[in-house]
Design a protein around this ligand. Sequence first.
Ligand code: ATP
Ligand code: ZN
Length: 283
Amino acid sequence: MKNLKIAIQKSGRLNEKSVQLLKNCGLDFENYKSSLITTVNNFNLEILFLRDDDIPGYVAQGIADLGIVGENVIDESQAQVTYLQRLGFGRCTLKIAIPKDSDVQDLADLNGKAIATSYPVILQQFLNEYKIQADIREISGSVEIAPGLGLSDAICDIVSTGGTLKSNGLKPFADVRSSEAILIGREGLLENPILCELLQRVQSVLRAKETKYVVLNVEKINLPQITELLHGVKSPTVVPLAEEGWVAVHTVITEDDFWDKINTLKAAGAQGIVVMPIEKIIL
Ligand code: ATP
Ligand code: ZN
């Protein structure tokens, strides 16, 4: 069968997690920083290492079949691609920020102002939605210095900690859109058996990341309460301990659920709670 090609970021914020995800899917490949393309030894897949901005276009044109890229970049490119799976990493928010001493107080005050951004398409859509007429100044990097240089009254850029804003005398003003990394595919690819296999592996890795394997000990008389608390999980495994009247309960729960319930489980008599990571969950 013909290999599929997946495009991932060559270097930058999405590179490491994209490579890690593919490795966690059991794919064996060399991650040479210098090469543009690498072949997976144990799966019908080739990996292209590209600038993130090029990924949606390559996938839309069919040069790559799949890609891993941020939603912000997909939207900005306006490329026609299919969303296959949200990946839960590379989370960030595109925000409008204004100088600390700006007279802008609500969105309408942006009318007539100049906004510097590397995301003119997304910003224009946002402004249209709120019927704001502002002047978009497209610049490709270091957007946050634009107001200080007198190039604009505001900026629209990805903000994570806000530290860069602060050091440039800016403050966040409005959220434009949030974003995370997405596995995208070219249109018409869905029936492909290699994709189905890869998608199943990706989903089992994502599911495993959210869940933990929990083992706890409890006196038999308290078992009904514990199993009640762990409902939602398909019937936990209960194993007798050497000590008379005690059992070990094994179960799989989401990490959030675990932190919610830990104190109630303890109060219900759970002891020696051990939490372990899970590598994959196949449904
Ligand atoms: P390239 O050289 O591939 O063009 P880049 O400099 O455009 O890289 P990065 O800064 O590596 O891009 O960011 C890649 C993507 O990571 C962004 O498009 C966004 O989806 C996501 N991201 C997550 N957190 C942040 C953040 N704090 N700042 C910027 N991007 C972030
Ligand atoms: Zn980029």
